[in-house]
Each structure stands twice: as C-alpha cells, then as structure tokens.
Design a protein around this ligand. Structure first.
Ligand SMILES: [Zn+2]
Ligand SMILES: [Zn+2]
Length: 354
C-alpha cells in the first residue's frame, strides 16, 4: 500500500506493534509558540492580571480573538489543538506501519480570571465552578458522534511543562480511547466479570480497612496514595459510591469534589512549603454511549518532587526501559502527606464503615 500520505498533515495515531500502544501525532502543531519563556521575563509573581498573558481577561490570543472579561471560569477551543475536528478517518496500513486518522477537540479552561491563583488558592465555590465546567464539557464533548473519550487534565508548574502560569486546565476529546483509558477499561471490565463488583470500589473498601495509605476523605470522596504508586507523592481521588463519569455526579458530590481538590492541593503546597508541581487528570468512562458499569471515575495526581522543591524524581534508565521504581514507600508518603495536613501520622485515619 502507498505511503500514509493524507495523514501527514492531520492529527493521527500510530500503532506500536512491540507494545500494542498508540502514539498521538500532531504534525500541524509544530509551529506552536511557547509562552513559558517569555512569561518568566514579563510576569512577576503575585500579579493578578498580566497584560502579556493570553489567558487573562480582555487580552488578545494568538488567533487574534480577545478573551471576554470573564468573572469566573472561561473555556475555549485551543488555538493550537493537538487534535483536529476534521482529521481524516483513513486507516493507512503498510505491513507493520499502521496509522489512522484521529479526530478530536482540544479545549482550554481558565480556572479563574486571576493570573496569580492556583486551585490551592481558590475559594471552594470557585473550584466548584471549575467542576461544573468539567461536567458540562464532558456532556457536550462526549455527546459528539466522533468522540469516545473526554480527558480532563492540568499541568501545574514549569517543571511539568505548563506553558503559562495562569491557572488553567485542558480537555482533550478523542475519537479513540487513549492507551491509559483502554487499559483501565479492560482491567475494570475483567474484574467486574469475575467479581460482579467494580474494581475500584473493592479497592477503596480495602484501603479504608487498612487506613495507612489514606490521606484525607469526606462523605463522598477519598484521597489515598495508591498501593502501586509510581511517583513519590502520587495520589488518587476515589468516589465512595459508583460514579462512572462527571455526567453522573450529583450537585452535592460536585461540592465535595471541590472541597477535596482544595484540601489536597493546599496539602501538596505545604509539604515542601512551595507551590507543588504536578500533572493531574480525571479518568472517566468512555463516551461511546454504553453503560460501562465497570467504570469508576477517579483522579490521578502525578507530582514529580521527591525530597524538596528542588529535588525531583526522574523516570530514566531502568524506569524507561524496564519498569518504574521507587524508594520512599507509598505508606511513608501517605504518612508525610497526613503530617503536612496537620493530622498526626500515627492517628489511624478515617476508618469508614461504608
Ligand atoms: Zn493570566
Ligand atoms: Zn485512571
């Protein structure tokens, strides 16, 4: 078959026959500007509005549009999307070289009009507005005929590649399930078949019985360092009841989630007494219209810091080539996080009967 020519200029994914994973390729995006460098020179810390920031209210964006004077949240299509809505759906296959068009949407969500705030500095009511947008975007994007997955995430801090310090997250909706979603869908599906219960509900019940990896909790959500955590202070946010995705959350649960996000991000900042960098995101059920009784939505926080604001963990060597490795145990990490939260580490936390 001919070279995969039509896909050369549009978003597509390529298959890795060695691992079975896919890599997303966005050739149209190579000219994307990097604002991070400029930002460091122009924006002193603690600036509520930066005239040079393309996310602040009223400012001009790269595509020539002006941001509205938004009072709370603001969501818009990424000016340099990794995924194109009109990407061809062609499958190009030439022996072991397999690629296919990957259409999608990339949205940007400003958490606040304030340039100098982060989730940890925002009022609960304002974080709740962010959660509300996540719900709305999940429903709107997930309802599109070509969208099977809605991935919500935030990169915080230069260390995690955030190109602009203005508090914002991203929402990428894709035609296919990304690797991680596909793996988690398969694993949860197999568990449900075998045990007749969702995997992550059973997991949470077990963690609540042990208690040692639980960091904090409220009536609806629980934050813990997973038993299998890779990053030093990695955490998961797990709902206490089965919730497949943002579209299934009640108003009370949205508020609960905002509270937990506020607590967790403040706790992270206090751990090394510095703004804590991380990549975080929510995994939720595919938006292919099926029920997905196996799916339990959750958040992953992947912070790179190890011992201080300056010492980070690198994923290199054996970790790139073999498997991840860690020194500090998840139990010790959970204890340190609980200490940072002001609770005594030896205080058995939150043994919930539920
Ligand atoms: Zn800004
Ligand atoms: Zn997950």
């Amino acid at each position: 078959m001919a070279k995969p020519e039509p896909l050369r200029s549009a978003s597509h994914r390529r298959f890795n026959p060695l691992t079975g994973d896919w890599v997303l390729v966005s050739p149209h995006r190579a000219q994307r500007p990097w604002q991070g460098q400029r930002e460091r020179k122009t924006a002193p810390a603690g600036l509520a509005h930066d005239p040079n920031c393309y996310l602040c209210p009223g400012n001009l964006r790269a595509n020539g549009a002006s941001n509205p004077d938004y009072p709370h949240t603001f969501v818009f299509d990424n000016d340099f999307p990794a995924l194109l809505a009109d990407a061809p759906t062609d499958v190009e296959s030439d022996g072991l070289l397999v690629a296919e068009g990957e259409s999608g949407r990339c949205r940007v969500l400003c958490f606040s009009p304030r340039h100098d705030l982060t989730l940890s500095g925002m009022a609960i009511a304002d974080i709740e507005r962010v959660v509300d947008v996540w719900v709305e975007e999940t429903i709107a994007l997930g309802g599109l005929p070509d969208i099977e997955s809605v991935q919500i995430f935030e990169n915080r801090g230069e260390m995690m590649g955030a190109s602009n310090p203005h508090p914002h997250g991203q929402i990428w909706a894709t035609r296919h399930l990304p690797n991680e979603l596909e793996k988690e869908t398969n694993r949860q599906g197999e568990y449900l078949l075998q045990h007749r219960r969702p995997l992550l509900l059973d997991y949470l019940a077990q963690e609540l019985r042990h208690g040692e990896r639980v960091v904090l909790a409220n009536d609806d959500f629980c934050v813990l360092v997973p038993f299998w955590a890779i990053w030093p202070f990695e955490t998961m946010i797990l709902p206490r009841r089965r919730i497949g995705g943002f579209d299934e959350m009640s108003a009370g649960e949205r508020l609960s989630l905002a509270q937990v996000l506020s607590q967790l991000t403040r706790l992270y900042d206090s751990l090394f007494d510095a703004p804590f960098p991380y990549s975080m995101g929510f995994h939720q059920k595919p938006t292919d219209g099926a029920v997905h009784a196996e799916w339990q939505m959750h958040a992953h926080f992947y912070p790179p810091l190890l011992r201080s604001a300056a010492v980070r963990k690198f994923m290199v060597g054996f970790e790139m080539l073999g498997s991840p490795q860690r020194d500090i145990t998840p139990e010790a990490a959970a204890a340190k996080l609980r200490e940072a939260a002001g609770s005594r580490a030896d205080d058995p936390p939150l043994r919930s009967p539920r």
